[in-house]
Design a protein around this ligand. Structure first.
Ligand SMILES: NC(=O)c1ccc[n+]([C@@H]2O[C@H](COP(=O)([O-])OP(=O)(O)OC[C@H]3O[C@@H](n4cnc5c(N)ncnc54)[C@H](OP(=O)(O)O)[C@@H]3O)[C@@H](O)[C@H]2O)c1
Length: 250
């Protein structure tokens, strides 16, 4: 089954990104597998193709403007439009015990380069192609630890976490999401932030209690929203014991 729909997923060579590529490939999307390392990208392309997906590796380092521009040109030359962009690439870093007072600027900059500046770079480079699609979707893979509402709620299980680089980068990404949704509100494009929940990937030493496939369900839902779907939300796994998905507080 093919749908003539194209999706570009950053950081799609492993983890939640690869699982998202597999699921959207299974739904007939042509999957452009963003990977900063060409070899890892080709390997993911092979794995996805073996699974029946129409997948193509695209070299893309979200922190490198030239790499992003090259990737955008490739998509433009080949398809002339893009139906879905999943800003999935992300990193987590910490200093010392991870407490805010031990944060170094080097770490903060490194995390923001990927998780925040990278998303803006990629989105702006691809926006003309997204606007050229009938009704594009942008999914920014965020996190519940970026929710100021959740992280300051003493009753929430995540309350004990106090760290600056990763959580604050995802808070910034949430605002980035809300602002793009606002700018694009009179277009058919929908822009939402995804919370995959705590998934076992290399990002966290594979300590998560959800699988990457379960995490990817959230991105896939937001990538395939219908015309009446929402825009400008943080949506995903609710860590409230209900084992369900829903809208989360910013
Ligand atoms: N796992 C969780 O529990 C969890 C929870 C909430 C949110 N998230 C978010 O989910 C997203 C995916 O993370 P994951 O858990 O699947 O982690 P992962 O397995 O470590 O995958 C991260 C992906 O991002 C790529 N990446 C990192 N820096 C990049 C760059 N500069 N340019 C392009 N790609 C880059 C990595 O490529 P390389 O292989 O080359 O390093 C890899 O493909 C991230 O945004 C993360 O913050 C994860």
């Amino acid at each position: 089954m093919t749908t003539n729909m194209t999706v570009l997923i950053t950081g799609a060579n492993k983890g939640i990104g690869l699982a998202t590529a597999r699921q959207l490939g299974g739904r007939g999307y042509t999957v452009l597998v963003g990977a900063r390392d060409p070899e890892r990208g080709r390997e993911a392309e092979r794995v996805l193709r073996d699974g029946g997906a129409d997948a193509y590796a695209v070299e893309l380092d979200v922190t490198d403007e030239e790499s992003v521009a090259r990737a955008a040109k490739q998509v433009s030359d080949r398809y002339g439009h893009l139906d879905v962009l999943v800003n999935n690439a992300g990193i987590a870093r910490g200093d010392g015990t991870g407490r805010p007072s031990e944060t170094t600027l080097a770490t903060l900059r490194e995390v923001y380069e990927t998780n925040v500046f990278g998303v803006v770079t990629v989105t702006n480079a691809l926006l003309p192609l997204l606007l050229a699609a009938p009704a594009a979707r942008i999914v920014n893979v965020s996190s519940e630890v970026g929710s100021i509402g959740i992280m300051t709620d003493p009753a929430h299980p995540l309350f004990p976490i106090a760290s600056v680089p990763y959580p604050s980068s995802k808070s910034a990404l949430n605002m980035v999401t809300a602002m793009y949704a606002k700018e694009l509100r009179d277009t058919p494009i929908k822009v939402n932030a995804a919370n995959p929940g705590y998934c076992a990937t290399d990002l966290n030493g594979n300590s998560g209690f959800r699988t990457p496939e379960q995490g990817a369900e959230v991105s896939v839902h937001l990538a395939t929203l219908g015309e009446d779907g929402p825009s400008g939300l943080l949506w995903g796994f609710l860590m409230d014991g209900s084992d369900s998905y829903g809208v989360m507080p910013w």
